[in-house]
Design a binder for this molecule. Structure first.
Ligand code: ZN
Length: 489
């Protein structure tokens, strides 16, 4: 995600900062992302078990650690005029411990029926959880199909991670879009809502004739019925729930000229007309080319972008771009070069390799995406320009009275300068420490090893140490786990 603080800022878009001194502009309309007192390094809830993958202080009530969803098949019938969603979600899943129930996250919408392997099953829907009674204790690993019928008008939920901004299904005048990071997936489908339970997806969207619907992955089928259009999208690579998206509205699609010979197929949707579509296709193509040089092949079979129309309901999102998997969404004011490369970088860092715990791992997700902006600057304008970008960011961060270690961020600091900028500087410092050759090998090895899955900071450190054959514990202690800002890279 990128949250641009200034509409016209060209070089480095500064994310929501933890302290005012880090903000790029004085008159910033963005909400504060730090509503709690700035006590360095604290988490809201201590994990109850160091080995429990879902003991996530940032989203303590979400996800079931004993559940493993392999696939979501979402059939959505959406009417933009009324905002109503009528849907069936069919999940292929297994429990990981003996269990007589399956618990899924879903807020607000009405569940009207549940079937387990085709047979109706009793359920309870309360406090954002759908509890499905399996009728017997089921053994770990046994494959099961759970179908949930549900309907209603989806409503986004507030997240402390963005200072109270609402994430999830966003209703707009002539359509909708989904921006869920970090906790909005439960606003539109029943889900094991934590990034550690990644799954493949089929998303089929039926909308009134004349409305466009787009979702993650490849278009499998499109058909027109009497007064509706149905499109079926498939994400064949594992995807964290918050990265699933559906966009509906008045959009026009534009494709690049991929000839199947090393060119990644791209599709871009723009509101109403194709203004800017060619520019975005070109910028995304250049960003992917640059990043493939550092990281290896693009992790998905297609890439795309949607440029959202200006949002009168929540203008905050006009300056936000989000790396929804294989299909980045750009707020109306957010389409600039650095944003495009930032979201492209997330397709590797964040999407293919995902966080294990938000507060522990977001620094290398947002940090590498921020760092990719400097790679972009270096590629376009040379090393002196890269050095200036790194130096300027360091100088801004060094102004903060109370520096914060990025390796254990509270929920209000997930999307702060401590993840983006200090994270980015950590990559710059690591490159300076181990040299270009080992740095590139480290990046490639990390995405090869953890692609399609999740990683922890410890995994990243171990990869860097193995590739460089250096003891990097003091380096990462200083950059990631100590509050004090180390000397400039
Ligand atoms: Zn980002």
């Amino acid at each position: 995600m990128v949250i641009r603080r200034c509409g016209a800022q060209r070089t480095v878009a500064v994310a929501v900062a933890a302290t005012a001194v880090l903000a790029g502009c004085a008159a910033d309309p963005a909400p504060s992302a730090d509503p709690v007192p700035p006590t360095a390094g604290t988490t809201l809830v201590e994990p109850d078990d160091a080995n429990a993958p879902l003991a996530d202080a940032a989203v303590p009530t979400l996800g079931d650690r004993d559940l493993d969803v392999a696939h979501y098949d979402l059939e959505l019938d959406y009417t933009p005029e009324t905002g109503e969603l009528d849907a069936t979600a069919t999940l292929e899943l297994a429990v990981e411990r003996p269990s007589d129930a399956v618990v899924l996250d879903l807020v607000d919408l009405d569940v009207t029926g549940v079937r387990v392997d085709g047979a109706e099953a009793p359920f309870d829907h309360a406090d954002g959880k759908v509890t499905i009674d399996l009728g017997e204790v089921v053994a770990p690993g046994a494959p099961m199909q759970v179908a949930v019928d549900y309907a209603g008008v989806p409503d986004a939920v507030q997240t402390r991670a963005l200072g109270g901004v609402e994430v999830g299904w966003q209703v707009r005048d002539d359509g909708s879009y989904v921006l869920s990071e970090p906790e909005g997936a439960r606003t539109w489908y029943p889900v094991n809502d934590h990034p550690t339970d990644k799954a493949t997806y089929d998303i089929t969207v039926t909308v009134p004739e004349g409305v466009t619907a787009v979702a993650n992955g490849e278009l499998v089928e499109e058909r027109a019925d009497q007064a509706t259009t149905t499109t079926h999208w498939r994400m064949a690579e594992p995807m964290a729930p918050y990265l699933a998206t559906v966009v509906t509205g008045d959009y026009v699609g534009t494709s690049n000229d991929a000839d199947g010979d090393g060119v990644l197929p791209q599709n871009v949707w723009t509101a109403g007309d194709t203004d800017g579509a060619e520019d975005l296709l070109a910028a995304q193509g250049e960003a992917v080319d640059l990043l493939e040089g550092w990281l290896g092949p693009f992790p998905f079979s297609t890439y795309g972008g949607v440029v959202l129309p200006p949002d009168d309901t929540e203008p905050f999102f006009d300056n936000v771009a989000i790396e929804t998997q294989s299909l980045s969404l750009y707020g109306a004011e957010s389409v600039v070069g650095e944003t495009v490369v930032h979201e492209a970088a997330h397709q590797w860092f964040g999407n293919s390799v995902s966080v294990t715990r938000w507060g522990d791992d977001i620094w290398w997700v947002e940090g590498f995406a921020r760092y990719s902006e400097w790679l972009w600057i270096e590629d376009a304008d040379g090393q002196a320009a890269y050095d200036r970008a790194v130096e300027r960011t360091y100088d801004q961060l060094a102004e903060a009275e109370r520096p914060v270690a990025p390796g254990d961020l509270s929920v209000s600091r997930l999307f702060s300068a401590w993840s983006y900028d200090r994270g980015g500087l950590t990559f710059a410092a690591l490159r300076a420490e181990i040299g270009d050759e080992d740095f590139e090998a480290f990046l490639r090895t990390f995405v090869e090893r953890y692609g399609g899955a999740n990683a922890r900071t410890e995994d990243l450190i171990a990869t860097a140490e193995a590739v460089s054959d250096e003891d990097l514990e003091p380096f990462f202690d200083a950059w990631v786990f100590s509050d004090e800002l180390p000397p400039a890279p």
